[in-house]
Design a protein around this ligand. Sequence first.
Ligand code: NAD
Ligand code: UDP
Length: 334
Amino acid sequence: MKILVTGGAGYIGSHTCVELLESQHDVVVVDNFSNSSPKAVERVEALTNKKITCYEVDICDVELAQVFEEHQFDAVIHFAGLKAVGESTKEPLSYYQHNVQGSLNLLRMMKKHGVKTLIFSSSATVYGQAKIVPIDETSQLQPQSPYGQTKLMVEQMCKDLSAAQDDFTAVMLRYFNPVGAHQSGMIGENPTGIPNNLLPFISQVAVGTHPELRVFGNDYNTVDGTGVRDYIHVVDLAQGHVKALEALHQSNQFTTLNLGSGKGYSVLEVVDAFSKLNDVKVPTIFVPRRQGDVEICYAACDKANQLLDWETKLSLSDMVIDTWRWQTNNPQGY
Ligand code: NAD
Ligand code: UDP
């Protein structure tokens, strides 16, 4: 199939491009490079020995039309957007613009050009402070931030479009905590500024950029008092996209699917695995809980397992080893 990948130069997008190309699909990338580098696309090409047609285009702009005029796509995988929860509370309008208006523009283009399959990067953040774990797709939707609201709004637009247009397929993939990097060490997460997420921060502590990891809270009702999350290796996640495309393309339905590992690890379990398996020191200090954090969050992934014939293959060990390989091979990122 010929697939348009928006945000294909980004962290999850670049890994998904590798898996798409390795599954013999053709890939066209649209990215404005606001949070990525064209080098990521070049590295995907080098890794797979295949070509990608890449456009530096913002999905909110009229130039997107030209991309649809030049190609007839079988499906769109839509990653492009802004993703920092904290920033979204300070700059909400940018989030509504890039995430909602950009998606609306994309859906209009798809409709105009008869492209009938969309795979969308949603997020576990649509569940907000879920009280029951594991979280399944029927859990209450109550996003706690403008970022989370934008994800839910796009899901709603897709649901409404799918109700209005019988042959429209919309698959909402709700990711839990994507981490790790490609085993080659050639592509990985490239955060700008000080990372908010656990794994990139641990990596930066291990290379000495920060003196220690501040562990947010050790008084949770968990195995060791620290917060528990469902970490999923980005390569497993990327493969989930290809499986979703291949299994549900032409399903003519709106579907929501959790993509996680279904297992929860505490902050200290992740730190311990990282330092032991990579033989590096990761000093930690305990600080009070981070506002808005939940105690335990992990996914029920039975729906994705069954519908896509997909399950995660990579372990916490793979996640921490691959993160460190990427970090040490690319100390300055791309
Ligand atoms: P990323 O920032 O690495 O990738 C997003 C890409 O989109 C970047 O290359 C960026 O330059 C591009 N982009 C942003 N706005 C754009 C616009 N208006 N037009 C064109 N390109 C634009 O992020 P990621 O971690 O790869 O996340 C991909 C998607 O998955 C996002 O939609 C994000 O919200 C979602 N998601 C990510 C996580 C996570 O923890 N990484 C979790 C859940 C959901
Ligand atoms: N965390 C931490 N220190 C950090 C970053 C994260 O203790 O510098 C903890 C955080 O409180 C949570 C877990 O690590 O329990 C995962 O946090 P992340 O921001 O990566 O994901 P999210 O909380 O959005 O699921």
